[in-house]
Design a protein around this ligand. Structure first.
Ligand code: FA5
Length: 331
């Protein structure tokens, strides 16, 4: 083997040994650069006789091309495997939450709502619905809250910029569904109306700006406050179990008379307000074309999110909307 071929073979062996692109690039000056054996051999060609010089030059060129080719192909191979490795380690694993054994479940507010519906349907109620965007007539006026009434302020309403100022709004409670039902249905009426409601309330441990209420409305003959109290008591026991206590506190709503607020007991001995209720104000019946001398009724409106907080013993109502999968998965 000639001197040039030995130089070339050593160089190719070093190239094959390089484990990564950086190591290979580091070899380039010594194998193919100015100080490389094959480079200095070229400058020594001048010392040879002219007839030997030509042949030696050709052999030197072949040796150099061999090393160049080996270098290029090793470099391509190392770069390709480095890229494949990077793709493998940097790949996003989007299958993380797609376990076959855990396909997900209903949100706990939906679970609470379904359960509430079951409890009331079991008591003979049907489910009614109304729109989330309402007019002042349904959200306020028909419910005996005229424009000048201070109770309008207590609903912290979010208005929609449509028509006259404050004429259209996101419903601030589910009570407008009472009116829509009484306008369309003749008594006796036994309905519940769960749905989303909206207020300018700032989110805190017990408030959300978009929350859920469930409305109840009963219109029949000879209905009394005793029927209302009995219904609430039955519902609390069916929904929470025997250990949770409830109480009615005298209160005021323009659409019920008398009115009460309804609280349930917490573990620490405090009370959480769940909703309002009362006997349907005769003026509301008249607004819907129902004769108050013949028909009476009661109505209630509870916060479903607050019911979920109580039922699942949460510290903060905001947990329901943070949508942290680790939290939601527990229920
Ligand atoms: C009402 O909305 C009445 N419409 C209830 C009613 C219906 C009374 C029928 C009489 C007859 P109130 O503003 O108190 O009342 O709200 C009722 C319940 O909704 C509250 O007790 C609470 O449980 C829930 N609630 C109110 N605001 C929020 C909020 N920002 N976040 C979560 N829940 C809320």
């Amino acid at each position: 083997m000639s001197f040039y071929e030995t130089l070339a073979n050593d160089a190719v062996a070093a190239i094959e040994d390089a484990a990564d692109v950086e190591t290979l690039d580091g070899l380039r000056p010594t194998l193919l650069g100015k100080k490389a054996g094959l480079t200095s051999a070229k400058s020594q060609l001048g010392t040879l006789e002219p007839d030997q010089r030509k042949e030696a030059g050709q052999r030197l060129n072949v040796a150099r091309q061999l090393v160049e080719a080996a270098f290029a192909s090793r470099r391509d191979a190392l770069a390709a495997s480095a890229r494949a490795e990077a793709l493998e380690t940097e790949r996003l694993d989007l299958t993380e939450f797609q376990s076959k054994t855990s396909p997900g479940h209903l949100h706990l507010v939906t679970q609470a709502r379904d359960r509430l519906e079951d409890v009331f349907v079991g008591m003979g109620y049907t489910i009614a619905e109304g729109p989330e965007v309402e007019t002042a007539w349904y959200n306020f006026e028909a419910l005996n809250i005229p424009e000048w009434h201070p109770a309008r302020g207590s609903f912290d309403t979010i208005f929609v910029n449509l028509g006259e100022p404050e004429a259209v709004m996101l419903r601030s409670h589910t009570s407008p569904v009472q009116i829509r039902t009484m306008e369309n249905q003749k008594p006796p009426i036994y309905i519940i109306a769960p749905g989303r409601t909206f207020r300018t309330d700032t989110a805190d441990a017990t408030h959300l700006p978009a929350f859920n209420q469930i409305e109840g409305l009963v219109i029949d003959r000879n209905i009394t406050m005793g029927d209302l109290a009995g219904t609430i008591d039955t519902f609390v026991r069916a929904f929470f179990g025997e250990e949770v206590k409830s109480r009615l506190r005298p209160s005021y709503f323009p659409f019920t008379e008398p009115s009460a607020e309804f609280d349930i007991s917490r573990d620490d001995g405090s009370w959480l307000e769940l909703g309002g209720c009362g006997m349907v104000n005769p003026q509301v019946l008249r607004n819907c074309g129902i004769d108050p001398d013949e028909w009476q009724g009661f109505a209630f409106g509870f916060g479903i999110d607050r019911l979920a907080v109580m039922r699942y013993q949460l510290d903060d109502i905001r947990e329901l909307v943070n949508n942290d999968v680790r939290f939601l998965r527990q229920f």
